[in-house]
Design a protein around this ligand. Structure first.
Ligand code: FRU
Length: 486
């Protein structure tokens, strides 16, 4: 097979479209995005020779999911990313219909990538190959394909998204898989030498343990440990993206979900013993397929795709690009609950500061901005209140606490995306509310009460929409600090 055209087509598409893309006022300032085309899952999130490496699913040709490459960016601070040459292209026999998602791990001074080679024949039959790529310089990769061919017995060819870690000299791989009864699962493999992998069994999934009906396929599983900051207990965390959960009130409103279980990993059995219910990681419109890594400061960092599958109708498509990744967040466990907090590096991009404090009844403009961080502390809560961001003639993004429903609501319905639905989370009887909000040219990320809940959503305000207002029905006390981004 001749794959020469794969790289040529990519380069042609990039050179033809990149000017149009870069002139779009919705282009992000501090979020990883494709130079052209569509991006989706973060891949291979790792640290290598002192730098953070992020790869991502990338279709350089179109704003749809028909071709998948691994784009590559490198950063010293997780905020300023330098685009590197394309790491992996669908230019091999074992990946010709897509270099699908996977992870990264530094082993003996080499960067290893683990990914799924997707192959389809003319009838649409699928082969899934788990593969490895190795780099000594962090930029050029030697591919070893495949190390696992298709599925173990009892499963379908939906097997993808390997996440690899090392424990006591053994390598483990967790991978999304579907069984013959069309139930989504997470499977565990092990290897002593990184090349020969043994199927140990499924560790969690629909119709297993305490889970009943729970999706027809699990994508992008992740596994890690966190020490509880309050109890000092070490807990195992399993992240998964089950496809096929039905919406239940405010839960599971996106096309597919990503969330976590806390529990205990039994490597011998093997089983992930689930102790809690599935909790969605993010309450916003645009969050899927997150990936985590532990950095050399001992932090568990997570970045998600700020987008969801099957939603390709965002207004940036007319400018030849679609989707981005979220800002990085740090994960912490406190009293058995996962908190997601903005990384401390966010403070390094704080520029000019403005403040407001006082009582607001009705609606009051308190500042302006398009790319910034805003911290707000509300107290004396006795009615509906909130903030409006990116307010223009025709659009606004509303962050509101509904006093009767006791819910926090994100309303981006006036923006230029076709999806007008709201996202909500129940907060209960609150005395105060703390928000840490990150606004980029076409996104908002809201961390509530020190990271107890997070909302990540793309927003598409009209050009120049920059007013910030505070509103309340009966009056609210508010203290605001805002920093323009440098
Ligand atoms: C999740 C996903 C993965 C797959 C990749 C393909 O968004 O469907 O399961 O590897 O995207 O781009």
């Amino acid at each position: 097979m001749d794959f020469k055209h794969i790289k040529e087509n990519e380069e042609k598409s990039v050179s033809e479209k990149k000017e149009k893309v870069s002139s779009d006022y919705w282009r992000q300032k501090y979020h990883i995005q494709g130079i052209v085309g569509l991006i989706n899952d973060p891949n291979g999130f790792s640290q290598f020779k002192g730098k953070y490496h992020m790869f991502y699913q990338w279709n350089p040709l179109k704003t749809d999911h028909t071709a998948k490459y691994w784009g590559h960016s490198v950063s010293g601070d997780l905020l300023h990313w330098e685009r590197k040459k394309t790491a992996l292209r669908p230019e091999t026999v074992y990946s010709k219909n897509g270099v699908y998602s996977g992870s990264g791990l530094t082993i003996n001074d080499k960067l290893y990538l683990f990914y799924t080679g997707n192959v389809k024949d003319e009838k649409g039959n699928r082969d899934s190959y788990q593969c490895i790529a190795i780099s000594e310089d962090g930029e050029n990769f030697e591919r070893i394909e495949p190390v696992i061919t298709n599925q173990p017995e009892g499963y379908t060819r939906h097997i993808r998204d390997p996440k690899v870690w090392e424990k006591d000299g053994i390598y483990y791989m967790i991978i999304g898989i579907q069984n013959d009864d069309l139930k989504g699962k997470a499977a565990l493999f092990s290897s002593e030498n990184i090349y020969d992998w043994k199927f140990l069994g499924e560790i969690a999934g629909a119709d297993k343990g305490k889970l009943g009906k729970f999706g027809y396929m699990w994508e992008c599983p992740d596994y890690f440990q966190l020490k509880d900051e309050k109890t000092s207990e070490i807990k195992d965390i399993l992240v998964a993206c089950p496809q096929g959960l039905e919406a239940q009130g405010d839960l599971y409103n996106n096309v597919f979900q990503s969330g976590y279980f806390i529990g205990k990993m039994d490597y011998k059995k093997p089983e992930f013993i689930i102790e809690n219910d599935f909790i969605e990681l993010d309450r916003g419109h645009d969050f899927y397929a997150p990936q985590s890594m532990e950095d050399d400061k001992g932090r568990r960092l997570m970045i998600g795709w700020m987008g969801v599958p099957e939603q390709e109708d965002y207004p940036t498509v007319k400018n030849e690009w679609l989707h981005c990744l979220t800002l990085p967040r740090e994960l912490k466990l406190k009293n058995g609950k996962l908190y997601q907090v903005p990384i401390e590096e966010m403070e390094t991009i704080r520029g000019e500061k403005s403040e407001f404090s006082g009582s607001v009844k009705g609606e009051k403009e308190i500042g302006k901005g398009t790319v910034y961080e805003l911290k707000a502390e509300f107290s004396d809560i006795s009615s509906d209140f909130g903030l409006k961001l990116r307010v223009g003639e025709n659009s606004e993004t509303v962050l509101k606490f509904d006093y009767n429903e006791k819910k926090f609501i994100l309303d981006r319905s006036s923006g230029e995306q076709p999806d007008k639905s709201l996202r909500k989370v129940y907060l209960g009887d609150i005395k105060t509310l703390e928000l840490d909000i990150f606004v980029d040219n076409s996104s908002v990320e809201v961390f509530i009460n020190g990271g107890e809940e997070v909302f990540s959503s793309r927003i598409f305000p009209e050009k120049g929409a920059d007013k910030i207002t505070v509103f309340s029905e009966n009056g609210i006390n508010v203290k605001i600090e805002k920093w323009e981004w440098k």
